[in-house]
Design a protein around this ligand. Structure first.
Ligand code: GDP
Ligand code: MG
Length: 347
């Protein structure tokens, strides 16, 4: 299967008009901001600031006492700091073991500790790729799932922005038929982003909307069809079956579709993110993760156990509320942004 790759090149930052949105509560998308001139790494840095603060400030604090020995007390404090980022016990233990071996009974060397963290994170995030599976011919169909409020609709807007920036034509399916506001929210994003929208009557069968969206993508020769779904818990088996039905309907129209089933996880969800990944992978056949709201989370480390435990690659990270706040996930860039400044003098 072909792959879409994003995030390697930066498109020119053309300012665009901000559309005034009517005040309709949670149906109002955040304004489409002109991308800041800072570029990809700045956005990632800003988005990871909270997690980096836990990691860097607290790890740096461990070095404050000059000439401190790497003893069990130091290693325990290091472990506790790492755990606070939600990177999980396995990664934390890996770092502690490595630092213990490299610095046993020696004076703490901050560079070695940071290097150990960097290597451990990179090693554990290595197999994840940002590429999105693409249809060999015809429209690529992406189904977007997740619990309520995780950031599905916003992430769809961000994905649509990525695709349209690449010159692709996008049709969106308003499959969250549960709330009228959800349809309005997607409709507003579609208008703003120059994507077409397929919607149904409030309360109608989401599979019928998905069917019509895919039919429209086929008949109109669209490149990408992204389908929204209502929020649900991984434990609600009837609603998980509804996702299976949507998948079945789509695959009758295009045999290898949906090409991706993305699970949007809120990075502030902590350990809950892990049970969501497990439940949605098993019941909905998710193929990849969008880790949204990293900018609001001090627990960005959760990306480590999420990718490791379930073999679900993190494809994108969400770094804010505008359509531009999405990054294709690249482990090196992620770890670099996270650890940047870690060796600066503790203030
Ligand atoms: P849905 O219920 O899963 O469709 O969630 P929405 O897309 O409606 O998002 C719920 C709220 O989270 C909205 O207020 C969004 O603006 C906000 N949100 C979504 N993604 C992000 C993100 O990456 N960062 C931040 N800070 N907020 C986000
Ligand atoms: Mg939604």
């Amino acid at each position: 299967m072909a792959l879409f790759r994003f995030g390697r090149k930066q498109t020119p930052d053309t300012p665009e008009p901000t559309v005034a949105a009517p005040a309709t509560g949670d149906a109002t998308p955040a304004p489409v901001a002109a991308p800041s001139g800072g570029g990809l790494l700045d956005r990632l840095r800003a988005g990871l600031a909270k997690t980096a603060r836990v990691l860097n400030t607290d790890v740096r604090d461990l070095f404050k006492r000059e000439g401190r020995l790497v003893d069990e007390e130091f290693l325990e404090e290091l472990r506790a700091t790492l755990i606070r980022t939600d990177m999980g016990p396995a990664a934390a233990e890996g770092i502690v073991v490595d630092v213990r071996e490299r610095l046993r009974a020696r004076v703490v060397d901050p560079e070695i500790v940071i290097d150990s963290i960097r290597r451990q994170l990179l090693g554990r995030l290595e197999q994840t790729g940002a590429a999105v599976a693409a249809a060999p011919t015809g429209p690529t169909v992406i189904l977007v799932t997740g619990v309520n409020g995780s950031g599905k609709t916003t992430s769809i807007a961000k994905l649509a922005r990525l695709f349209t920036r690449e010159g692709k034509r996008v049709v969106l399916g308003a499959g969250d038929t549960f709330r009228a506001a959800a349809v309005e929210q997607l409709s507003m994003w579609a208008a703003r982003l120059g994507a077409e929208l397929v919607r149904g009557e409030p309360g109608c069968d989401p599979a019928s909307v998905a069917h019509r969206a895919v039919a429209r993508a086929l008949e109109g020769s669209f490149d990408v069809c992204i389908i929204d779904t209502a929020g649900r818990l991984q434990t609600q088996s009837n609603l998980m079956q509804e996702l299976s039905k949507i998948r079945r309907v789509i695959s009758k129209q295009i045999p290898d579709a949906p090409h991706e089933v993305l699970l949007v996880i809120d990075a502030t969800a902590g350990q809950n993110a892990l049970s969501q990944a497990k439940g949605f992978k098993e019941a909905a056949g998710c193929t990849g993760i969008v880790l949204a709201k990293l900018d609001g989370s001090a627990r960005g480390g959760v990306i480590v156990p999420v990718t490791e435990q379930f073999g679900l690659p993190v494809k994108f990270v969400g770094l804010g509320e505008t359509a531009d706040d999405l990054e294709a996930f690249a482990p090196e860039r992620f770890v670099a942004a996270l650890l940047e400044g870690a060796l600066a003098p503790a203030g």
